[in-house]
Write a protein that binds this ligand. Structure first.
Ligand code: UDP
Length: 237
């Protein structure tokens, strides 16, 4: 049985603990919610339980689909054993439909379908406000190698194709999402890490176009907890 040792990191939504095995960590999901680079803070009751379980369900399916992930074993409602990785300092975003910062930056109305899945990177750096960054920038700064970049792109498009179909079956349109990759401390390979949840995906109800994700918190749309519960109920089916 894998047990928590010392805490090695506390992020906005999760804590990470060492274990007896140097190649395994335990992540513990919190109910804390932040937006706008930490300017807006709050809690979404039950979110940690939902995001933990939902991520694990999806990661297990992605593994079967040929995308390597950090998932090892869920311990309880909030805690999961994962492979120890060194997170690559890039947020990887895919957009299928214009929304959020993309709509603002390019003056495109939210909800406009994009002609192709659009991959985007942000440099994970809170002090700089996670700026948009391109392949050349990331390579020139040594944030990622060419080989790692090729893996990241290949896996991200695979994740998008899988998730689009997965969510559509649950009556949800996948507008966009953010994922993070890490380098497995044991094997040196690039694997999917972090989470896939309503915190990190934009999901719109296919019938009503209602926002079923963290935008309810970011934009004060109400029914935040209820929406997370509804998404979770659909995912579990
Ligand atoms: N996203 C995220 N964490 C971030 C920034 C974005 O999970 O720190 C997700 C967000 O939920 C959305 C997608 O990435 O699904 C694209 O977000 P966008 O760049 O439009 O940023 P936002 O409008 O949320 O500032």
């Amino acid at each position: 049985m894998t047990v928590k040792k010392e805490q090695i990191y506390e992020g906005k939504a999760k804590k990470v603990y060492a274990t007896d095995d140097p190649y395994l960590y335990i992540v513990s999901y919190k109910d804390d919610a932040t937006a706008f680079n930490g300017e807006k803070k709050g809690q979404i009751a039950g979110k940690g339980v939902i995001n933990n379980t939902m991520t694990n369900i999806i990661f297990a399916l992605l593994e079967k689909d040929g995308v390597p992930t950090h998932f090892v074993e869920q311990l309880d409602e909030r805690d999961t054993v994962v492979k120890a990785v060194t997170i690559l300092p890039l947020e990887v975003i895919i957009r299928n439909v214009a929304a959020g910062s993309f709509s603002k930056r390019y003056g495109v109305e939210e909800g406009t379908a994009l002609l192709r899945p659009t991959l985007e990177f942000s440099y994970k750096n809170d002090a700089l406000g996670d700026p948009l960054i391109n392949d050349d920038h990331a390579l020139a700064l040594g944030l990622i190698t060419e080989e790692q970049l090729a893996d990241v792109k290949k896996y991200t498009h695979k994740v998008n194709e899988f998730l689009k179909a997965f969510f559509l079956e649950k009556g949800l349109k996948l507008v966009d999402f953010k994922i993070e990759f890490g380098v497995d401390n044991k094997t040196g390979k690039v694997i999917l890490a972090d989470e896939i949840s309503p915190d990190t995906c934009r999901l719109w109800d296919v019938e009503t176009n209602e926002k079923m994700d963290k935008d309810r918190f970011r934009r004060d749309l109400g029914n935040v907890e209820e929406t997370y519960q509804e998404v979770f109920a659909r995912i579990k089916q």
